[in-house]
Each structure stands twice: as structure tokens, then as C-alpha cells.
Design a binder for this molecule. Sequence first.
Ligand code: NAD
Ligand code: PRE
Length: 363
Amino acid sequence: MHYNNIAFIGFGLIGGSIARAIRKYKPESKIYAYANNTSQLLKGKNDGVIDIILKEIDDSLTECDIIFLCAPVEFNEEYLAKIKPFIRKDSIITDVGSTKSSIHNLAKELDLDDIFIGGHPMAGSEKTGYEASDALLLENAYYMITPSSKTCNKKLEALKSIIEMIKSIPFIIDYQKHDKVVATVSHLPHILAATLVNLVKDNDYEDEVMKRVAAGGFKDITRIASASPIMWEQICIVNAEPIDAMLLKYIDMLKEVHSQLTSRSGIYINNMFEKSGEYRNSFDSNSRGVLISKHDISVHIQDKPGAISIISAILAANSISIKNIGINHNREKGEGALNISFYDADSCEMASKLLKEYNYRVI
Ligand SMILES: NC(=O)c1ccc[n+]([C@@H]2O[C@H](COP(=O)([O-])OP(=O)(O)OC[C@H]3O[C@@H](n4cnc5c(N)ncnc54)[C@H](O)[C@@H]3O)[C@@H](O)[C@H]2O)c1
Ligand SMILES: O=C(O)C(=O)C[C@]1(C(=O)O)C=C[C@@H](O)C=C1
């Protein structure tokens, strides 16, 4: 089995990024795509990423060796049921959804648990749509795989090799554990970011001074508040139980901070930051090449020799001094493969603008 014919149901940020990477690393693949957004599909076809636009869910899917479900999580479940009549027994259905138990339960109900293998790349962006997709988006990122008890080794190895081909790092995990992990490190943080932004909106002065002066700290912690409402509505509802369990623990922590603040316990606050700083810094020391700076950018580049020199030549030619530069091999820590830090905000802003003009994806 060569897994040459690959279909995407949903073709936005993640579907588009995987398809672009497959086209890049295995150009002979035949890529089929279906979505409810024709303009994204036409762009994909124009870019040479898609070979065949599927107008319907029909027996064209029988030609496909692997099908990626890449719509918001509840729609992925709807499509799992819809595609069932057209799927060959020896093919693989996988998904990229941020929740796993619910779709695994459905696969079992539909008697598809020998065909369906869950997947979830741990990289992304607050942006949506094929326009924001990038062949390098998932490079060096963990890509969680949740097999079922009926997954055969051959299919698991095939999926792993596709994930490795697109330069992600396969990470096998039980699907129930997956949902608890991401509830804590991804879903709850999105809720916190959204509520924090809404707190400012609801409490700002008439002249919107809070919005105006909000600086690095606020922006760092709230980038993901701009994420897709429909995608996050579905993630939160489908994974409500583990999210809610962590949310309650978090509320207890905040209540404790409230009580310690009321009694003006500086030592409590000090210890809180001491503990969090130590742990957070241990994340950084585990990742190679990651820089910590107030004036830094992440640039999506290929993780290969020569890539850094092109960027540094562009910046040098424009008299922008680099403080530090390094490949981030461990994408679970940052978004781009290359981290560059600058001495001041102006240089950082100029560099970002310049590299975008050269068509680099800069975050
Ligand atoms: N955005 C991230 O950071 C991220 C990271 C990892 C996984 N995911 C998961 O990936 C999936 C897709 O997210 P995305 O960021 O690519 O979103 P997106 O909005 O960029 O893309 C969604 C795609 O699904 C299509 N779609 C939406 N509703 C549809 C429907 N009813 N029928 C057919 N097509 C439909 C859209 O047209 C679009 O092509 C989600 O399940 C999400 O949980 C997202
Ligand atoms: O970097 C971001 O913008 C993301 O939100 C990516 C992110 C996350 O880290 O929470 C979002 C959802 C996913 O399911 C996986 C990754």
C-alpha cells in the first residue's frame, strides 16, 4: 500500500498546511479536497496543492488511501458517518481535531475503529483558512496519534511515516488521556485568554486607555483570544468534562490568590512566582535553540543549513542588528522554526515588515 491518494475534508489552516507539506515532500501524491468553502478549494487548486476538488461526498473517496478530516470537531464527526459508505477497508481515516474521545466513540459505534486513527498536530495559529496555511506550520511540532484497540500495526506505521514525512514528531497517546492533557495545556488557556480580553473590554474607560497601553505581557498571554469562535465553541462543548474539571481547580487557585491578596501576603505572591518561574524556565531549557527576548520574532523557514544566512543577509543589508538567532527545533515551544531577537522594538518591527515583504511567514 503506497498511500498515494490523499483526501481532505475541510481545507483550512490545518488541512491546507498538511496538504502543502505532502505536496512539498511527496509531489507525486494525488490530493483530493472537499470543503464548504469553494474559494479556498479553488485557491488550493490554483496553487497546485489540490489535484481534484470534490463537489460531493461520493464514491470518488473509494480511490483514496487516506482521508484527513480537517473541519471543526463536531463537523468531523458528521463527516465520519457520511464518508463511511465510500471507504475501503484497507484505507485509513484520520482527523486533526483538538478532541479525541468523542470521535473515537463514534468510530466504534460506526464499526470504523479498525479504519479510524485519531490525530492532532500540536501546532497552529489563531488565524483560520487556507490562506493562512503553510507547509512549514507543523514542522518540528508534536503530532499526537490516538490509535484504537483495533488499529493494526501496518496502518499505524503508515500514518506515522506520513507524519514524519511532513517533519512533525509522532507522539502516541491514549485518546482519553489526550483529552485531559489538551484540556489543561490548550483548551483552558484559550478560555483564559478570551475572558481576560473581555475583562478589559468590559472594564475599560471611555477613552479606551486600557486597550491603548496594553503591552507585551497582555499581548503575549492573549494572542489566542482571536481564535476561531466556531472552532472553539465545538472544542469546548465536546471536551467540556475535562475542561470543566481543570477550570474548577483553576478557580480554586484564583480564590486562594484573592484570599492571600486580601491579607496582603507578599510572601505568598513571591512563592507563587518563584514556583511558576522555575517550572516555566525548565520548559525553555528542554528546547534547543529557543531564545527568550522581549523583541523577538519567529520566522517559518526550513530547518536546514543556509536558511539562517539568507535571513541574516537580508537584515544586514538593511542595517538591522541581530542580538541573537537560532533554530527552534522543538516546535511545541514556539511557532516558527527560526527565532530572532533584536536590541529594540523598532528593529524588531522593521525586520518583521521586511521579511514579510520577502514572503516569509513571521509571527
Ligand atoms: N487552528 C489550530 O491552531 C489547530 C491546531 C490543531 C488542530 N486544529 C483542529 O483542526 C481542525 C481545523 O481547524 P483549522 O484551524 O484548520 O480551521 P479552519 O477554519 O482554518 O478550517 C476549517 C475548514 O473546514 C471547512 N468547514 C467548516 N465547516 C464545514 C462543514 N460543515 N462542512 C465542510 N467543511 C467545513 C472550512 O471551509 C475550512 O476549509 C479543527 O478540528 C481544530 O480543532 C486546529
Ligand atoms: O498557537 C496557537 O495559536 C494555538 O492555539 C495552537 C493550539 C494550542 O497550542 O493550543 C491550538 C489548538 C490545537 O488543537 C493545537 C494547538
